[in-house]
Design a binder for this molecule. Structure first.
Ligand code: ZN
Ligand code: ZN
Length: 192
């Protein structure tokens, strides 16, 4: 059986969309909001008292599984959407999910002793791929190295977090000013 070339194209297009758009959605809709407002991800993924490998790959702790599931949800929804484009797109989305899961395991191998060879580091830098050393950086410093699969989501993620923190600080300052003003108003015109 010969597979038509356009089906092959659709397969690889679906695979690429799953990685590139899936990582964007997961980073911006789950990972970044968790770092700004959430607790679940910080309590689980950034719990430095546990082994990264254990808590990301083998743990069955419900909170840890939930954090992993919520991070994977954007990829799953996207894969379901890609199935509308036919069997080749469905196959691309499924292979993408499987490779994505393998990358989750791969990016947590630093503490098992993984060291990326120089050639792989060069290739990964050229295509923006997250290496275990990069993801290890995010475990060590939760304010750095965002992006599940691609490093190019790190800068926009950090920019959104910085903007949200600045906005929250401004809001708190305004609230303090308003509280001070109303306090002054009350002391200048004491109620009779
Ligand atoms: Zn991790
Ligand atoms: Zn994180």
């Amino acid at each position: 059986m010969v597979i038509p070339w356009h089906e092959v194209l659709v397969f690889f297009a679906a695979l690429a969309v799953l990685f590139v758009v899936g990582d964007l959605l997961s980073t911006m809709l789950y990972h970044v909001p968790q770092h700004i407002w959430g607790k679940l991800h910080l309590r689980t993924h950034h719990d430095n008292t546990r082994s990264y490998w254990e808590h990301s790959i083998v743990s069955v702790d419900p909170a840890i599984v939930l954090d992993g599931f919520l991070g994977a949800l954007p990829y799953l929804v996207l894969a379901a959407g890609l199935t509308r484009f036919g069997p080749a797109a469905t196959a691309g989305a499924l292979v993408g999910l499987a490779l994505g899961q393998l990358h989750v395991m791969y990016r947590h191998t630093c503490e098992l002793g993984w060291k990326s060879p120089a050639w792989l580091t060069r290739v990964a830098r050229a295509i923006g791929l997250v290496l275990p050393e990069d993801h290890n950086g995010h475990h060590k410093n939760p304010d750095a190295d965002f992006g599940d699969i691609f490093r190019f989501y790190d800068a926009p993620a950090r920019a959104v977090i910085a903007a949200a923190r600045t906005g929250a600080r401004r809001q708190r300052r305004l609230q303090r000013l308003r509280a001070k003003r109303s306090h002054r108003g009350r002391t200048q015109h004491p109620a009779t």
